[in-house]
Design a binder for this molecule. Structure first.
Ligand SMILES: [Zn+2]
Ligand SMILES: [Zn+2]
Length: 314
């Protein structure tokens, strides 16, 4: 049994015998009761042999508790190793010891867990700053993307409109020339006079010394619904000889272009691997029924043609 009491066993174990070199028993037992025998209830006099229960702190005449002189001497001489409990307390004491032991084990386990957790908390708090920085970057990027989309919401990108040599080198003249061509395309060819062009410019920008080539034309319209209309009727260019190779597409952000490019690459790959009736709907590849596949085949062809060029656009 564990000897974990703060009291010395000598102080509370036994005595009442003048013949033994022990401390005198107190006038009042540890439990606060007057020192009456726990068995017979009579006062425990100084000159009688008696033992104090380590558990309930009640004194007992050795005779009342059936303790032989041999055991009494043994208890006296046993020192801190020996513990004595009255009969009443004995079973309870063992249970309590077991309970204490299991609580101690649980406590040890908890302390170990707490150590592990506090280590993790330490690790986490060192990651916290890192994490906050990453979240800030992501939010910043998202905000930038949203603004970018808003700025492009009224735009379309038209490919293969012949570029006059003057379009960049002589500013206004070039722009006017593009503006006239785009207006002609939208108002006369596609017959949508309600779609108003605000500005046009070519992408990518030319750097000094670079020759002009057949760049795309970014066209800003008056409102997003005009843009949507133009995109809807763009397929009417099909079959018009002089507008062959001219495609009208949404003005995608860099991120959207990248996604679009990857999507078309995947679509091409899957078709080459024998999958049929695949179409792009809402930025996803889906399997269409035959009729829909036929209806959208032109759009897909035209898009995949432009798709690779889109990546070059600035
Ligand atoms: Zn007694
Ligand atoms: Zn007891």
């Amino acid at each position: 049994m564990a000897s974990s009491s703060k009291d010395k066993p000598h102080d509370r174990l036994k005595t009442r015998s003048n013949s033994l070199p022990l401390l005198n028993a107190p006038d009042v037992s540890k439990s606060g009761n007057p020192k009456n025998c726990g068995k017979c209830g009579k006062f425990v006099k100084d000159n009688t042999k008696a033992v104090c229960c380590e558990f309930c702190s009640v004194w007992f005449h050795t005779k009342c508790e059936g303790i032989s002189d041999e055991i009494y001497n043994f208890l006296n001489e046993g020192g801190e190793q020996i513990h004595w409990f009255c009969k009443k307390c004995n079973d309870m004491a063992i249970d309590v010891m077991k309970l204490v032991q299991s609580l101690k084990e649980k406590n040890d386990l908890l302390e170990k867990k707490i150590d592990e957790l506090s280590q993790q908390v330490e690790d986490l708090s060192s990651l916290k700053d890192d994490f906050a920085g990453k979240v800030r970057d992501i939010v910043r990027e998202e905000v930038k993307e949203i603004k970018d989309k808003e700025e492009r919401a009224c735009n379309v990108v038209i490919s293969s409109i012949p570029e006059s040599v003057a379009s960049d080198s002589k500013g206004d003249e070039g722009r006017r020339s593009d503006l006239e061509k785009v207006n002609y395309l939208i108002h006369e060819v596609l017959q949508a006079p309600d779609v108003k062009v605000v500005t046009t410019h070519r992408v990518p920008k030319l750097r000094d010394g670079n020759a002009s080539f057949n760049r795309k034309t970014v066209v800003k319209l008056e409102a997003p619904n005009q843009r949507n209309k133009l995109l809807r009727i763009a397929k009417n260019l099909r079959g018009k000889e002089e507008w062959q190779g001219v495609y009208i597409n949404p003005d995608l952000t860099v991120k959207e272009r990248k996604k679009d490019y990857e999507l078309r690459k995947e679509l091409k790959h899957r078709r080459e691997n024998g999958e049929h009736n695949l179409v792009l709907v809402g930025g996803k590849i889906v399997v269409s029924n035959r009729r829909q596949a036929n209806a959208s085949s032109f759009l897909l062809r035209s898009h995949s043609h432009v798709g690779s060029q889109n990546m070059q656009q600035q």
